[in-house]
Design a protein around this ligand. Sequence first.
Ligand SMILES: [Zn+2]
Length: 204
Amino acid sequence: MLLYLVTVLFLALTSFLEILQAYLQKNCYNIAVMNMKIEKIVVGELKENCYVVINNKNEALVIDPGDEAKRILEFLKPYHVVGILVTHHHFDHIGALEELNSVYSLIENQVSSTDFLFDTIATPGHTDNSVSFAFSELGCVFVGDFIFKDGIGRTDLGGDEMRMKLSLKHFLEQFSDDTVLYPGHGEATTLGRERKFLENWIKM
Ligand SMILES: [Zn+2]
Protein backbone atom coordinates (compact mmCIF):
# COMPACT_ATOMS: atom_id res chain seq x y z
CA MET A 1 0.00 0.00 0.00
CA LEU A 2 2.75 2.38 1.01
CA LEU A 3 4.76 1.48 -2.07
CA TYR A 4 1.66 2.16 -4.19
CA LEU A 5 1.20 5.62 -2.60
CA VAL A 6 4.86 6.50 -3.09
CA THR A 7 4.67 5.47 -6.75
CA VAL A 8 1.55 7.57 -7.35
CA LEU A 9 3.11 10.56 -5.62
CA PHE A 10 6.32 10.13 -7.59
CA LEU A 11 4.43 9.98 -10.89
CA ALA A 12 2.34 13.02 -10.00
CA LEU A 13 5.47 14.97 -9.09
CA THR A 14 7.23 14.01 -12.33
CA SER A 15 4.36 15.08 -14.54
CA PHE A 16 4.01 18.32 -12.56
CA LEU A 17 7.71 19.05 -13.12
CA GLU A 18 7.35 18.26 -16.82
CA ILE A 19 4.46 20.68 -17.16
CA LEU A 20 6.39 23.34 -15.22
CA GLN A 21 9.43 22.84 -17.42
CA ALA A 22 7.36 23.09 -20.60
CA TYR A 23 5.73 26.25 -19.30
CA LEU A 24 9.08 27.84 -18.45
CA GLN A 25 10.58 26.89 -21.80
CA LYS A 26 7.62 28.38 -23.62
CA ASN A 27 7.94 31.61 -21.67
CA CYS A 28 11.67 31.88 -22.31
CA TYR A 29 11.03 31.27 -25.98
CA ASN A 30 8.44 34.05 -26.11
CA ILE A 31 10.72 36.48 -24.33
CA ALA A 32 13.54 35.67 -26.76
CA VAL A 33 11.25 36.36 -29.69
CA MET A 34 9.96 39.53 -28.12
CA ASN A 35 13.52 40.71 -27.58
CA MET A 36 14.19 40.64 -31.32
CA LYS A 37 12.93 43.59 -33.30
CA ILE A 38 12.42 43.72 -37.04
CA GLU A 39 12.56 47.20 -38.56
CA LYS A 40 11.85 48.10 -42.18
CA ILE A 41 13.41 51.02 -44.05
CA VAL A 42 11.82 51.61 -47.46
CA VAL A 43 14.51 52.90 -49.82
CA GLY A 44 15.00 54.08 -53.39
CA GLU A 45 12.73 54.73 -56.34
CA LEU A 46 11.53 51.14 -56.43
CA LYS A 47 10.58 51.32 -52.72
CA GLU A 48 12.75 48.41 -51.75
CA ASN A 49 12.43 47.04 -48.19
CA CYS A 50 15.72 47.12 -46.31
CA TYR A 51 15.17 45.15 -43.09
CA VAL A 52 17.12 45.44 -39.88
CA VAL A 53 16.85 42.66 -37.27
CA ILE A 54 17.94 43.84 -33.82
CA ASN A 55 18.53 41.75 -30.70
CA ASN A 56 18.46 42.80 -27.04
CA LYS A 57 22.22 43.50 -27.07
CA ASN A 58 21.72 46.18 -29.72
CA GLU A 59 23.34 44.01 -32.36
CA ALA A 60 21.87 44.54 -35.80
CA LEU A 61 21.65 42.45 -38.93
CA VAL A 62 20.92 44.28 -42.20
CA ILE A 63 19.04 42.59 -45.02
CA ASP A 64 19.10 43.96 -48.60
CA PRO A 65 20.55 47.47 -48.23
CA GLY A 66 19.06 48.60 -51.55
CA ASP A 67 19.62 52.35 -51.71
CA GLU A 68 19.92 55.55 -49.66
CA ALA A 69 23.06 54.46 -47.82
CA LYS A 70 23.14 57.65 -45.73
CA ARG A 71 19.65 57.01 -44.36
CA ILE A 72 20.45 53.38 -43.55
CA LEU A 73 23.76 54.33 -41.90
CA GLU A 74 22.00 56.99 -39.85
CA PHE A 75 19.45 54.42 -38.70
CA LEU A 76 22.22 51.95 -37.80
CA LYS A 77 24.21 54.41 -35.69
CA PRO A 78 22.97 53.20 -32.27
CA TYR A 79 23.66 49.57 -33.15
CA HIS A 80 26.57 47.21 -33.52
CA VAL A 81 26.19 45.82 -37.04
CA VAL A 82 27.08 42.12 -37.08
CA GLY A 83 26.12 41.16 -40.61
CA ILE A 84 24.75 42.16 -43.99
CA LEU A 85 22.58 39.68 -45.86
CA VAL A 86 21.65 39.95 -49.53
CA THR A 87 18.83 37.92 -51.11
CA HIS A 88 19.93 38.64 -54.70
CA HIS A 89 22.03 41.08 -56.68
CA HIS A 90 19.50 43.26 -58.51
CA PHE A 91 20.53 46.91 -58.21
CA ASP A 92 17.51 47.86 -56.10
CA HIS A 93 18.62 45.40 -53.38
CA ILE A 94 22.33 46.20 -53.26
CA GLY A 95 22.51 49.93 -54.05
CA ALA A 96 23.84 50.78 -50.58
CA LEU A 97 25.90 47.61 -50.11
CA GLU A 98 29.27 49.07 -51.11
CA GLU A 99 28.92 52.07 -48.83
CA LEU A 100 27.83 49.91 -45.89
CA ASN A 101 30.70 47.52 -46.55
CA SER A 102 33.19 50.35 -46.52
CA VAL A 103 31.96 51.30 -43.04
CA TYR A 104 31.53 47.86 -41.48
CA SER A 105 33.82 45.65 -43.61
CA LEU A 106 31.75 42.50 -43.27
CA ILE A 107 31.68 39.41 -45.42
CA GLU A 108 28.41 39.23 -47.31
CA ASN A 109 25.86 36.77 -45.91
CA GLN A 110 28.01 35.94 -42.87
CA VAL A 111 27.10 36.94 -39.34
CA SER A 112 29.51 37.41 -36.45
CA SER A 113 26.95 36.95 -33.66
CA THR A 114 25.53 33.64 -32.50
CA ASP A 115 22.26 35.31 -31.50
CA PHE A 116 20.95 35.41 -35.05
CA LEU A 117 20.08 31.87 -35.99
CA PHE A 118 18.92 31.49 -39.55
CA ASP A 119 19.13 29.19 -42.55
CA THR A 120 20.03 30.38 -46.01
CA ILE A 121 17.72 28.63 -48.43
CA ALA A 122 18.30 28.54 -52.18
CA THR A 123 15.16 29.92 -53.84
CA PRO A 124 16.19 30.45 -57.48
CA GLY A 125 13.69 31.65 -60.06
CA HIS A 126 13.63 35.45 -59.79
CA THR A 127 17.37 35.24 -60.38
CA ASP A 128 19.55 32.13 -60.79
CA ASN A 129 21.01 32.48 -57.32
CA SER A 130 18.27 34.13 -55.27
CA VAL A 131 18.24 33.03 -51.64
CA SER A 132 15.88 33.46 -48.70
CA PHE A 133 16.80 33.73 -45.04
CA ALA A 134 14.66 31.65 -42.66
CA PHE A 135 14.64 32.59 -38.98
CA SER A 136 12.75 29.62 -37.55
CA GLU A 137 12.90 30.99 -33.97
CA LEU A 138 11.14 34.14 -35.14
CA GLY A 139 8.77 32.20 -37.38
CA CYS A 140 9.64 34.28 -40.41
CA VAL A 141 11.50 34.22 -43.72
CA PHE A 142 13.06 37.16 -45.57
CA VAL A 143 12.27 36.24 -49.15
CA GLY A 144 13.57 39.13 -51.27
CA ASP A 145 11.74 39.14 -54.61
CA PHE A 146 10.79 35.45 -54.40
CA ILE A 147 7.25 35.86 -53.02
CA PHE A 148 5.22 39.04 -52.52
CA LYS A 149 1.89 39.72 -50.92
CA ASP A 150 -0.48 38.64 -53.73
CA GLY A 151 2.30 37.78 -56.14
CA ILE A 152 5.71 36.41 -57.02
CA GLY A 153 8.89 37.91 -58.41
CA ARG A 154 9.36 38.40 -62.14
CA THR A 155 11.25 35.63 -63.90
CA ASP A 156 12.23 37.67 -66.97
CA LEU A 157 15.08 39.61 -65.32
CA GLY A 158 17.72 36.89 -65.38
CA GLY A 159 15.53 34.27 -63.76
CA ASP A 160 13.71 31.17 -64.91
CA GLU A 161 10.06 30.16 -64.65
CA MET A 162 10.65 26.41 -64.21
CA ARG A 163 13.15 27.01 -61.42
CA MET A 164 10.70 29.43 -59.81
CA LYS A 165 8.04 26.72 -59.79
CA LEU A 166 10.42 24.20 -58.22
CA SER A 167 11.50 26.71 -55.57
CA LEU A 168 7.88 27.52 -54.72
CA LYS A 169 7.01 23.82 -54.52
CA HIS A 170 9.84 23.12 -52.06
CA PHE A 171 9.08 26.24 -50.07
CA LEU A 172 5.39 25.34 -49.71
CA GLU A 173 6.35 21.86 -48.48
CA GLN A 174 8.96 23.16 -46.08
CA PHE A 175 7.12 25.96 -44.28
CA SER A 176 3.85 26.11 -42.38
CA ASP A 177 0.99 28.51 -43.05
CA ASP A 178 1.75 30.74 -40.04
CA THR A 179 5.24 31.55 -41.38
CA VAL A 180 5.56 35.31 -41.82
CA LEU A 181 7.13 36.38 -45.11
CA TYR A 182 9.06 39.64 -45.39
CA PRO A 183 9.34 40.48 -49.09
CA GLY A 184 11.68 42.90 -50.85
CA HIS A 185 8.83 45.21 -51.82
CA GLY A 186 5.43 45.91 -50.26
CA GLU A 187 3.83 44.58 -47.12
CA ALA A 188 4.64 41.46 -45.12
CA THR A 189 2.32 38.49 -45.49
CA THR A 190 1.99 34.87 -44.34
CA LEU A 191 2.53 31.73 -46.34
CA GLY A 192 -1.02 30.67 -45.46
CA ARG A 193 -2.42 33.78 -47.09
CA GLU A 194 -0.42 33.21 -50.28
CA ARG A 195 -0.59 29.40 -50.46
CA LYS A 196 -3.62 29.02 -52.76
CA PHE A 197 -2.31 31.58 -55.27
CA LEU A 198 1.14 30.00 -55.29
CA GLU A 199 -0.21 26.47 -55.72
CA ASN A 200 -2.32 27.62 -58.67
CA TRP A 201 0.61 29.45 -60.23
CA ILE A 202 2.78 26.32 -60.03
CA LYS A 203 0.11 24.35 -61.93
CA MET A 204 -0.10 26.89 -64.80
ZN1 LIG B 1 14.92 41.69 -57.87
